[in-house]
Design a protein around this ligand. Structure first.
Ligand SMILES: [Zn+2]
Length: 335
């Protein structure tokens, strides 16, 4: 377990550090492409106020600006209540998120959903408006109980900026849990579907879909053209492909990764294509008698040339190859 946590930390940080430069794609008439704001003057790791942008009729985003340790925060506004997705790092991040959410409407009822248990997604919770109802997959409640403080302590020791961002954190237990799916009705026809697809990157990963806007936030299942980190406590990739199928079946109009640039629904098909290709090549190299370690090295180089826009997370290829080496024929046949 210790090794799993360490691997996941390294992999997640690699994705963040290598996030690509700012690009905005206009997805709908309500999502014009603004000039990229400068990140100069932004406090490292802390969600920035004043850059919130509307991405659909009922959904706003505080973009991460490709800054490490900062998630893309979503704010969904109905006539009765507002749902916040992810808090940002520490109480200073949470305060910024709360201010932005309160600016968007007169709603006083708030919900919080969190994509995973790591500090940049939950550790600003204590700064949200009093009475905020925090909803997570049942498995994420377990992830929080066993993992969040480990991450906070690890992050605090990494740099003064992280220690500053994570000062004065207090954690509490989420208010509501669900096993597979839960829908929050925010009023005015705005419904937020919260989904747990089972273990992929972490047991408690959450994805969110907003009706009627067609906005999907895929959590750890959908990074922005980056190889997913495969922790060694969860060596099975079959569930990852199942989750991609389920998200694609929603036919989202806008896909918002929890870190990185926003892209449209083709992100799902693109991710599946690249992962299937990685699976196919892994199995071919296995059949040629190459070890998993050799295949990992070969495929890092091969995929860098083949998918140059998949810039983030090449360190995640060898663990994925290892997973494909150990999966059973019946896993592969299921797809
Ligand atoms: Zn994250």
């Amino acid at each position: 377990m210790k090794r799993g946590i360490r691997l996941a930390l390294g992999a997640a940080w690699g994705v963040l550090a290598l996030a690509s430069t700012w690009t905005v794609q206009a997805q709908t008439p309500t999502a014009p492409a603004p000039a990229p704001p400068s990140t100069a003057g932004m406090k490292p790791f802390i969600v920035q106020e004043g850059i919130t942008r509307r991405i659909s009729e009922h959904v706003w985003e505080i973009p991460d600006m490709s800054r490490p340790g900062t998630p893309n925060v979503a704010i969904v506004v109905g006539t009765r209540a507002t749902l916040i997705l992810d808090t940002g790092m520490g109480p200073k991040g949470g305060t910024a998120v709360a201010h932005e959410a309160q600016k968007l409407s007169g709603n006083t009822k708030f919900y919080l959903a969190t994509t995973d248990f790591r500090p940049e997604h939950i550790s600003g919770e204590m700064a949200l408006p009093p009475g905020t109802v925090w909803i997570v997959p049942t498995a994420q409640k377990g992830d929080i109980a066993t993992g969040t403080w480990k991450y906070i302590n690890n992050f605090r020791a990494r740099s003064p900026d992280l220690a500053y961002a994570l000062a004065d954190v207090t954690l509490r237990e989420p208010d509501v849990t669900f096993d597979q799916e839960s829908t929050v009705d925010l009023g005015g026809g705005v419904k937020v579907k919260l989904m747990s697809f089972g273990p992929a990157l972490f047991p408690g990963d959450l994805a969110l879909y907003v009706e009627p806007d067609g906005v999907l936030q895929g959590g750890n299942f959908l990074a922005s053209h980056s190889y997913p980190p495969i922790p060694d406590h969860n060596p099975e990739l079959a569930n990852y492909f199942d989750a991609l199928d389920k998200m694609e079946a929603l036919h989202p109009k806008i896909v918002m990764p929890h870190h990185g640039d926003m892209r449209d629904g083709t992100l799902i098909a693109g991710e599946r294509l690249v992962l299937r290709d990685l699976e196919k090549r892994s199995l071919e190299l296995k059949a040629e008698g190459k070890s998993a370690a050799e295949a990992g090295k070969i495929l890092v180089a091969e995929f860098a040339a083949k998918y140059p826009d998949w810039g983030a997370g090449p360190d995640n290829i060898p663990p994925a190859v290892k997973s494909f080496y150990t999966e059973t024929a019946s896993d592969a046949a299921r797809r």
